[in-house]
Ligand binder design. Structure first.
Ligand SMILES: NC(=O)c1ccc[n+]([C@@H]2O[C@H](COP(=O)([O-])OP(=O)(O)OC[C@H]3O[C@@H](n4cnc5c(N)ncnc54)[C@H](OP(=O)(O)O)[C@@H]3O)[C@@H](O)[C@H]2O)c1
Length: 354
């Protein structure tokens, strides 16, 4: 029996990605799509400005957009709700959904740092799902809330984890070049971004600096403890790339790094927590290393592993930090949002939580 799932905010950029991934999913039945009051009541295909490279799935075309209403979601016997809503809207519904028995998998940034709310990048911290038991008993919820990390953080941490495991981390410095789709469907006006770079993305640097240490932290049986072994400094910038976030990463490691070994360590990613679970959305290789001097590039590499792999290149010694530096590209609405959301749902099915 497939699980009945809803996409909340299904008309937006992340919502469209969810619809595209869920419509033909082997374990999930796309049963409900919601939007704001202004578009609710209309057919999905009538309203959506579809921007995904694949055609809109047939199952989605005829679905009627519902307004956002917790009671309707419960009435429709939805097992899991994928949230692609603005934070301010998500805050109002997520807790009520969890209280009424729904599993909430959310891209909105509210509650991401709370110690009983798993913030999952499954290859790194699938074991943090155990915090759901604590969450349920302390908050008296029959459902649960699980968060998808910030898009840049999801991409960065995937590259950090194998290095952390092998050499230890002291300091991570990252400068980002972030695609336009990261700002949502009506995000950045063309007059502001054409021929330009915007050197500020509200809240982004703080998210990268804090969420990374939660994802790389550990669940001690009671609470998710942040990793205090390393610090992260981020500078985040919006550039005129449609999709894909690019990261220049500089790392001070604990142990001396053999640059030739780093590519191997990343490609092998030995401590991948979901590698034996056969989850349909898990990429075969979470990290792909390119050896060409001018790769990765967002336009050419963002769809590797169906957008779930992060592509790393230009791995070299960092003499200033006594460590390494590299360039990484990841898909912000797949690895950084909906793809990881669906991967989390698959993990929850495997763990009998969903
Ligand atoms: N874009 C990314 O790369 C990315 C990555 C990670 C996380 N996120 C997070 O994911 C969430 C969605 O982002 P997005 O980029 O997909 O945004 P978006 O393109 O602006 O889409 C927002 C969605 O929310 C709906 N919505 C807005 N106000 C609503 C209201 N008052 N009541 C009910 N529905 C409402 C919209 O419906 P209408 O079409 O009817 O307005 C639309 O479906 C945000 O929290 C964002 O921070 C985004």
């Amino acid at each position: 029996m497939k699980k009945r799932v809803a996409v909340l905010g299904a008309t937006g950029i992340v919502g469209q990605r969810f619809v595209s991934l869920l419509a033909n999913h082997p374990w999930f039945e796309l049963s409900m799509v919601t939007a704001s009051e202004k578009t609710a009541g209309k057919r999905y295909s009538q309203v959506v400005k579809w921007i995904i490279e694949k055609p809109m799935p047939n199952q989605a075309e005829e679905l009627v957009l519902e307004p956002l209403n917790v009671s309707r979601i419960v009435e429709e016997k939805i097992d899991a709700a994928f949230v692609a809503l603005p934070k301010e809207v998500a805050v109002e519904v997520e807790i009520e959904l969890a209280r009424r028995g729904i599993i909430v998998i959310s891209n909105a940034s509210n509650m991401r740092l709370e110690p009983d709310i798993p913030l999952l990048n499954p290859e790194i911290n699938a074991d943090h799902v155990e915090a759901i038991e604590v969450q349920r008993s302390s908050r008296k919820w029959s459902g649960a809330i699980v968060k998808v990390p910030n898009c840049t953080t999801a991409i960065l941490t995937l590259t950090l984890k194998p290095i952390y495991d092998e050499y230890g981390l002291k300091r991570v410095i990252v400068a980002t070049m972030q695609g336009l789709s990261g700002a949502g469907l009506t995000g950045v006006p063309s007059m502001m971004i054409l021929d330009n770079i915007i050197p500020y993305i509200e809240g982004e640097e703080e998210k990268v600096e804090t969420e990374s240490r939660k994802i790389m932290g550990l669940f001690d049986g009671n609470t998710i403890v942040f990793n205090n072994e390393f610090t992260v400094s981020a500078s985040c910038h919006r550039v005129m790339v449609l999709e894909g976030h690019s990261l220049a990463v500089f790392i001070e490691t604990n142990e001396r790094v053999d640059v030739d070994e780093v590519a191997r360590v990343m490609e092998e990613f030995k401590n991948n927590k979901i590698k034996d679970m056969s989850l349909p959305t898990a990429p075969l290789k979470p990290i792909i290393v390119r050896r060409e001097i001018d790769r990765p590039q967002p336009r050419l590499d963002r769809l590797e592993g169906n957008g779930m792999s992060v592509v790393v290149g230009r791995i070299r010694e960092d003499k200033a930090l006594n460590g390494i530096k590299y360039f990484a590209v990841g898909h912000n609405t797949l690895r950084g949002a909906a793809g990881t959301g669906v991967l989390i749902a698959e993990l929850l099915v495997k763990k009998n939580i969903l």
